[in-house]
Design a protein around this ligand. Sequence first.
Ligand code: PLP
Length: 451
Amino acid sequence: ADLHHRFIEKTAASRQWFERAQKVIPGGVTANIKYFDPYPLVMASGSGARLIDTDGNRYIDYNLCYGALMLGHGHPVIQKAVNEQWDQMGTTVTGTPHYLEVEMAEKLVSLYPGMDQVRFTNSGLEATMFALRLATAWRGRNTIAKCSGHYHGGYDQVLVSVQQGEVDENGFPAVTADSKGLSAYWRENTVVLPFNDWERTEALLIRNHERLGAVILEPVQSGFLPPERDYLLRLREFTTLYGIPLIFDEVKTGFRLGLSGAQGRYGVIPDLTALGKVLGGGFPVGAVGGRQEIMEICSPTEKGDILTLGRSGHGEDVLFHSGTYNGHPSVMAAGMATIRVLEEPGVYERVEQEAFFLRQGMEEILDRHGVPGYTMGDGTIFNLVMPTDKGYRSTNLLQGDKTLRQRLDFALLEEGIYLKPMSRFSLSTAHTHEVVKETLTLFEEGVKKIK
Ligand code: PLP
């Protein structure tokens, strides 16, 4: 209550904006995930690893727009690239093919082992949706398999069993809806797999493989819960054997776990890959890449007939994919600039080292103050779990002491560490050793407040 009270005292301007917003925007937020109680902070500006809110409070940002900002806020290389694109083309968007999308597609094909061809979208949501359409059309079956607890975007088909926790008496995950307003069709045509539990996954796949058009998963759950490599390998073997397209949703892991994402890190190659977030350099983006045989079923060209207009229209013989802003030149320019920075030698190693240093430091501080807590992560993203019992480790995010974690998160906000309460930590190239050391000092002050 004390921490809430001090939060409210320091954030009067945020509260005023929120009150205005609430009248014209449901819940005062443009995405449900941005909300937290009592109200979300309204940010005014950002630079490097830092954000400043409308009250002038300064924060070191560990949310980084849900992991999208791998170079931090306002990187000058991105600004320059977008300005140059504007200067060169004289417009932000042509509504036609252009050189930047070709260069970006070539770059992705060269970096991602699972990609022969690529299409662009405007968000991660659209990317996984299109990947599922490609896969189910190619295979000719409509049911999909997804993992319990895995998020693929906010649309009907995949808002099934995102909230993790329920299992039936045999340990199989329940098939549940994650929103109001969803047709029962999506639950009836979804097989929900337990991530990292091959025995039960295999049993479900054996029972359902004939009706499966795709298996989709986050190779690293929520970007921080690593896969057992064996789990990925067996999933790959099974889907290859039965000819079911395997989709890696690398919206979060793409360009986070290195230049080739989780598929590069774990050496398991999917048939289709969805990308987003980091790829856009802070602008809205998504991409789907994969095996040529599958990707080209969306091609509108009809070979051999130069008079045809192609299959660009609608109809049952077409695999439709479109979008006014797909391959947007400014976004492609920002993304290419981001990749150029990330391709410099040692960049990932350095950010991962800082993430490791931060995690170790946080655990050491918690330990020293007798506050139970440990971190869990992969590369540059991690979560902080406050266990209810000492020594207790669980992969289930619903477990653990949420009240304690929430109190810590508000104490951290007060100290100047920005994280949406209860969410994970992401680092960027702007999180230098100095910034991380400063974070640990602030973190210790926060921990003292919740003892
Ligand atoms: N897939 C994963 C793994 C994600 O983390 C997200 C976003 O958080 C999405 C898909 C959806 O992407 P977007 O929010 O760009 O629609």
